[in-house]
Design a binder for this molecule. Structure first.
Ligand code: SF4
Length: 416
């Protein structure tokens, strides 16, 4: 058994534990927003969303933009360098470019698309959570997680949000309890990674879509951001993980793009009845259907699916449930990986953290049935600033306009 190894250290989302969790939450049959999931291929110039925002644009698009402003095409290459390598945040600071071009861009309504950091929370182990204030004054969380591997080199993982809030309301999740505002746009996802690089003064090596929100409910922007992070920010596809609690018809759509990225599915239960109690949205997506889609994802992409399993004491942590989980996985394929996440209780939570012995027994039961397992180590921010809690603390609704004048006021700098 690999305890606390690489995968285990980067899982933040879909384990974002709510302080006021409920094991059973009565819901309507379908909890998914009625949204048209038209998932375009992630071509770069996506009209309204990225209009007038430079961040997220590819080098050819920036060359075309330069051309449209009667500039030589190499100015587009310079723009690309300034945005993604130099990470310049304001057009007027594009010192390589002629002043007239900078003025023209601004007068035409263009902006870089970077947002201010509203505050940070730093843990003793080096994990840093950022609150980013978006253009409409909404706050999102993103987390930077430095991890030293066995050879001593440091990997920096960015755990990024895909939505402002989340509509799915998993029973243990603070983000779900905080409500849902809107989907993030492509550049609002990409800028989280650049913000982490700014704060850590280092390159991000891994990205996990495990921050606020359900990525599959915003798949178009997630795919566009994925492409930008891969091609422009230059993070390998294999270093990117997209997680989901399961949204009907989206795993197949993701598979059709044949990304070389990991799909992480949050199961949290070995059977449908218990899963519905922990993840109310599971009512709309039976376990058999999600497992079939995972199998097809592997067949289509050749990429192993990772299953997240939050261990909740007395709810889903018995060895009998581990055996049931192993049987479920064997029924649907081979080579699956399970990432166990012992619940980290916070004030007001109805869930409890399982005893270490129970965690070890659960993992051993899976391993003895040839399921590879990792157990997530607790990171410093888990205890007091789990996903969504920090944002909920500061924002129940969009910030007031005059909040621009507020100083960052986080008081969780010693969150661990
Ligand atoms: S899907 Fe939404 S509610 Fe569920 S764990 Fe993820 S962010 Fe929280």
């Amino acid at each position: 058994m690999r305890i606390g190894t690489s995968m285990a250290l980067v899982q933040l989302q879909h384990v974002c534990f709510s302080p006021l969790a409920r094991a059973v939450r009565p819901r309507a049959l379908s909890v998914f927003p009625s949204r048209n999931f038209s998932i375009a291929s992630p071509t770069r110039a996506s009209q309204a969303e990225s209009q007038h925002v430079l961040l997220g644009m590819s080098e050819p698009e920036l060359q075309q933009l330069a051309h449209d402003f009667d500039q030589e095409k190499y100015r587009g290459k310079q723009l690309h360098h300034l945005i993604y390598k130099r990470k310049v945040k304001e057009i007027q600071d594009f010192s390589h470019l002629p002043q007239a071009f900078r003025n023209d861009l601004e007068e035409a309504g263009w902006r870089v698309g970077r947002s201010p950091i509203y505050g940070t929370a730093t843990a003793a182990d080096g994990t840093i959570k950022l609150l980013i204030k978006l253009e409409d004054n909404r706050l999102i969380e993103t987390v930077g997680i430095p991890v030293k591997d066995d050879k001593g080199s440091v990997r920096l993982t960015a755990c990024v949000s895909s939505q402002v809030g989340c509509p799915l309301r998993c029973s243990f999740c603070a983000t779900g309890k905080g409500g849902f505002s809107r989907n993030l746009k492509r550049h609002e996802i990409v800028e989280q990674v650049l913000a982490i690089e700014d704060v850590f003064k280092d390159r991000v090596t891994n990205v996990v879509f495990m921050g606020m929100g359900e990525p599959m409910l915003n798949l178009k922007s997630v795919l566009e951001a994925h492409q930008c992070l891969n091609k422009d920010v230059q993070i390998g596809q294999r270093m990117i993980t997209i997680s989901t609690v399961g949204v009907p018809n989206t795993i197949r759509k993701l598979a059709s793009h044949k990304l070389q990225s990991t799909l992480a599915v949050s199961l949290h239960a070995p059977n449908q009845k218990l899963r519905e109690a922990i993840v109310p949205s599971a009512k709309s997506y039976p376990l058999d259907a999600i497992m079939k889609d995972c199998k097809d994802y592997f067949l289509e992409t050749g990429r192993r699916v990772s299953f997240e399993y939050a261990l909740l004491a007395g709810v889903n942590d018995t060895t009998a449930q581990a055996v049931e989980l192993a049987d479920l996985l064997h029924e649907w394929g081979r080579g699956y990986h399970v990432n166990l996440i012992p619940f980290n209780p916070i004030d007001g939570s109805e869930y409890k953290r399982p005893h270490k012995k129970a965690v070890m027994a659960f993992a051993a039961a899976l391993e003895s049935r040839k399921i590879t397992v990792s157990v997530r180590q607790t990171r410093g921010l888990d205890a007091s600033a789990a996903c969504g809690q920090l944002r909920n603390k500061f924002q129940k609704s969009p910030l007031l306009a005059d909040s621009d004048n507020l100083e960052p006021q986080l008081d969780v700098a010693a969150a661990c």
